[in-house]
Design a protein around this ligand. Structure first.
Ligand code: AHR
Length: 670
C-alpha cells in the first residue's frame, strides 16, 4: 500500500516566520509482508527506571477560547465591555434602546469604561434593554439556578426596576427576576434565575430590560451556572470531569504564548489577575482576543486543587513574542522580584509572608504545593541572545530564596545548569513515530532532565483523529520507557471551542485534545490515548527488547530547512511500538502495544524474570477502522478504549493486535 501525505505545519502566526516552515511531501511506503513474527521481550528481573511519578500532566493557556467560552464558567461574552474599545461587541440593544461605550463613566481604574444604555422610550408595552448571546450560545439546563451579578447606576429620573431574564432564541421566557434600587451611584446587584423543565439547549439569550424610561450605565455583567465543586467564579463541570479522568499530576500554567504576550505590557501580569474580579483590568491575549482575567492566578491554582494536581508555575522572564525583551541586569530586576512574589503567592505561609497573606485575603489561606518553576516559554525564539543572562538572573534569585525548587529552562543555556529543560514537539504522525526511540539513545549523565512541556501529533482538526492518537501513543511509549530522563510531559493545546471554525472564530490552533461548544464536550482519540497511558501503568519500567519489528519507509524529499539544504533521505520507521511497566505492590505488568499498520499484526510476547503469568488478564483496546476516524460533538464516543477480559496469556504467548490500535494488556505476574 502506498500512502502519500501532504503535511503542512500550521504554526502560530508570530512564530511562522521564525520556525522552519515545512511544507513537504512525505511519502510513506508500507510493505506488509509475511515476514518473521515480530517478538517483544520483557525482562521482569530488570527495572530500568522507576516511572516518573510526575510523568503525566496538563499544559494550558488562553487559546481557542479555553477559559473564556471554555473552562471558566462565565456565560456572558464581553462582560466588562473591553473586548473592543469602540463598540459594545457581543451586546445588542433590545426594543428601541441604544447602547454605547462610555469612557467618562468608569466603574473603577481597572474597569475604566461602562456600557451606557439609553432606554428613554421604554414603556410597559415596549421594554428596552440589552442582550448577550454568550460564547456562541448560552447553555441552559432544566431546573437549574443561574447566578446573575452586575454593577449599575442610573441617571436621576430612573425609578426602575430592571428585569434580568433568560429567553430561548424564539423569545420564550425561561427564567426572570426583578432588580430594583438603582440610583446615581455604582452599586452591585445580584439575582438568581431558575429554569423550569426544558430541554438542555444553547440557543438562548440573556437580557437586561426595563419598562421604565431612563438612562443607565452597566459594568461587569455576569451570569454563572453551577460550577465544579460549587466554587464561586469556578469551572465548567463537564470539562473538569474529562480532565479528572486523565489523572494529571501537574498543570503547566499559564502558558505558552499566553505567558509572554505579544508585547511586554500584554504579558500574563499575575498581580492584575488576583483579588475581586471587578478590580481586574483584563488584557489582550496573543491569540487575538480579550481576556477578562476572571480566570486568574488563584483560579488556576484552585483548578489544580480540585483535580489533585500540582501547579508547574511558568514565570514571565522578560521576553515577549514580538521580540520585546528586557536586558539582564538592573532592568530585569523588577521582573525577577515579580516572579519571587508570585512563588510566594502560590506557596508562601499566610501568617508570615506578604504574598501568602494576600492569597489568604483572596480566599485561600492554605499554600499550594510547588516544586517546579519554569523561566519563560520557548526562549529559543529570542534572537537577541539574552536568554542565557535572563535565565541566570531568575535561576540565581529563585534558588537563593527557594533552594528546593526545580527550575526549568526553555532553551539551552550555558550560564547555569537548569534542573530541567522544556522541549516542544508538534509533529506529523510519521515524524512522531520516526522519533519514537529518540530518548532511548539520548546521552545520560548530565544533571538536566527533560520536561516535554508541549507536544502533539497534529493530524486532524479541530481535534486529532486516530492517526494522531497512534502517533501520540508511539511517542508516549518512548517517554514512559525513558522516564528516568523525561520526568514530565504535557500535550498541547488542551482545549478548543469548536463553535466557529472559520477565520477569526473560536479556534486559533488546529489539533487540540478536547473539543466543546457552549453545551457539550468530547475527548478526541488522542485524549483517550492519554487517559489509557496515564491510568494504566505501574511504577517501574521493565527492560524490553524486540526482534523482527516491521518497518515502513519514510521518504523525505530534498528540502531547505532553517536556511540549510538537506538532501533527500529515507528512514525506516517501525509499525509497532511498545513498553512495559510493573506495579510494585501487585506485581501487575502493563504492556502497551501500538499497531499503526492497516492490517492486524500477530506478535509473540516473551516474558522472563517471573515465575508465571496468569492465563487470564485484562486488555484495554482502542481501535479504528481508518486512521481518519475521529470523535466530534455529533459523535463524541466513536473512538474510545474498550476494556475486556484477555485470555491465552502466559510467559510466552502470541496475540493479534488489530489494525490502527492501541492496547494495554494487564498481565498478572508471580
Ligand atoms: O500550544 C500552542 C503554542 O505553541 C504555545 O502557546 C507556544 O508555547 C507554542 O509555540
Amino acid at each position: 500500500m502506498i500512502l502519500i501525505k501532504s503535511v503542512s505545519r500550521m504554526l502560530l502566526a508570530s512564530k511562522v516566520a521564525i520556525l522552519a516552515t515545512i511544507l513537504s511531501v512525505e511519502m510513506t511506503v508500507f510493505s506488509q509482508t509475511n515476514g518473521p513474527v515480530p517478538v517483544m521481550q520483557i525482562d521482569a528481573s530488570k527495572v530500568t527506571t522507576p516511572v516518573s511519578p510526575m510523568l503525566y500532566g496538563l499544559m494550558t493557556e488562553e487559546i481557542n477560547y479555553s477559559y473564556e467560552g471554555g473552562l471558566y464558567g462565565e456565560l456572558i461574552r464581553n462582560r466588562a465591555f473591553k473586548a473592543n474599545l469602540t463598540n459594545a461587541v457581543f451586546w445588542s440593544p433590545v426594543g428601541g434602546a441604544t447602547i454605547s461605550l462610555d469612557k467618562s463613566t468608569p466603574l473603577n481604574d481597572a474597569l475604566n469604561l461602562s456600557l451606557k444604555l439609553d432606554a428613554s422610550s421604554a414603556s410597559k408595552d415596549s421594554p428596552e434593554g440589552m442582550a448577550n448571546g454568550g460564547y456562541w450560545g448560552i447553555a441552559l439546563r432544566p431546573k437549574t439556578t443561574y447566578h446573575v451579578s452586575f454593577y449599575a447606576k442610573a441617571a436621576n429620573a430612573f425609578n426602575g426596576p430592571l428585569t434580568v431574564s433568560l429567553t430561548g432564541s424564539n423569545g420564550t421566557m425561561l427564567a426572570s427576576a426583578e432588580v430594583s434600587g438603582l440610583n446615581g451611584d455604582w452599586q452591585k446587584f445580584e439575582a438568581d434565575l431558575k429554569t423550569k423543565s426544558m430541554a438542555p439547549s444553547k440557543d438562548n439569550v440573556f437580557k437586561i430590560t426595563t419598562t421604565a424610561p431612563g438612562t443607565l450605565w452597566l459594568q461587569q455583567v455576569s451570569l454563572f451556572p453551577p460550577t465544579f465543586n460549587h466554587r464561586p467564579n469556578g469551572n465548567r463541570p463537564d470539562l473538569m470531569e474529562l480532565l479528572a479522568a486523565m489523572h494529571p499530576k501537574f498543570l503547566r500554567l499559564p502558558g505558552g504564548n499566553y505567558l509572554e504576550g505579544d508585547y511586554i505590557n500584554e504579558r500574563f501580569d499575575w498581580k492584575k489577575t488576583i483579588g475581586d474580579v471587578s478590580q481586574r483590568p483584563g488584557h489582550r491575549s496573543p491569540w487575538n482576543y480579550w481576556s477578562t482575567d476572571g480566570f486568574g492566578l488563584l483560579e488556576y491554582l484552585e483548578w489544580c486543587e480540585d483535580l489533585h494536581m500540582e501547579p508547574l508555575l511558568a514565570v514571565f522572564a522578560g521576553y515577549a513574542l514580538r521580540h520585546d525583551y528586557i536586558k539582564p541586569g538592573p532592568d530585569l530586576e523588577p521582573y525577577v522580584q515579580d516572579a519571587l512574589d508570585e512563588i510566594e503567592y502560590v506557596s508562601g505561609d499566610a501568617a508570615t509572608t506578604k504574598w501568602g497573606a494576600q492569597r489568604a485575603k483572596d480566599g485561600h489561606p492554605a499554600p499550594f504545593p510547588l516544586h517546579y518553576v519554569e523561566v519563560g516559554n520557548e526562549d529559543e525564539f529570542d534572537r537577541s541572545g539574552s536568554y542565557d543572562g535572563r535565565f541566570k538572573q531568575f535561576f540565581d534569585a529563585i534558588k537563593a530564596k527557594y533552594p528546593e525548587l526545580q527550575i526549568i529552562a526553555t532553551a539551552n543555556v550555558k550560564s547555569s545548569v537548569p534542573d530541567l529543560i522544556d522541549e516542544h514537539y508538534y509533529k506529523s504522525q510519521t515524524e512522531m513515530e520516526g522519533q519514537s526511540h529518540m530518548y532511548d539513545t539520548r546521552e545520560r549523565g548530565g544533571k538536566t532532565k527533560v520536561f516535554v512541556g508541549e507536544w502533539a501529533t497534529r493530524v486532524g482538526s479541530p481535534t486529532p483523529n486516530m492517526a494522531g492518537a497512534l502517533g501520540d501513543a508511539a511517542w508516549m511509549c518512548c517517554m514512559e520507557r525513558n522516564s528516568d530522563l523525561v520526568l514530565m510531559h504535557s500535550y498541547a493545546p488542551l482545549f478548543v471551542n469548536v463553535s466557529d471554525l472559520g477565520r477569526g472564530g473560536s479556534m486559533q490552533w488546529r489539533s487540540d485534545l478536547i473539543g466543546y461548544d457552549a453545551l457539550t464536550s468530547y475527548g478526541s482519540p488522542s485524549y483517550y490515548a492519554q487517559v489509557m497511558f496515564s491510568s494504566l501503568h505501574g511504577d517501574d519500567v521493565l527492560a524490553t527488547d524486540s526482534q523482527n519489528i516491521p518497518t515502513y519507509d519514510w521518504k523525505v524529499p530534498a528540502r531547505r530547512r532553517n536556511g540549510v539544504d538537506q538532501p533527500a533521505s529515507t528512514h525506516q520507521v517501525p509499525t509497532l511500538f511498545f513498553d512495559a511497566t510493573r506495579d510494585r505492590s501487585s506485581g501487575m505488568i502493563y504492556l502497551k502495544v501500538v499497531n499503526r499498520a492497516a492490517g492486524p499484526q500477530r506478535v509473540k510476547i516473551e516474558i522472563s524474570g517471573v515465575k508465571s503469568i496468569a492465563r487470564k488478564g485484562v486488555a484495554t483496546v482502542m481501535q479504528a477502522s481508518s486512521p481518519d476516524d475521529t470523535n466530534s460533538l455529533q459523535d463524541p464516543k466513536k473512538i474510545v478504549p474498550v476494556t475486556k477480559k484477555a485470555k491465552g496469556l502466559g510467559k510466552e504467548f502470541t496475540r493479534e493486535f488489530p489494525p490502527f490500535s492501541i492496547t494495554v494488556l494487564e498481565l498478572k505476574a508471580k
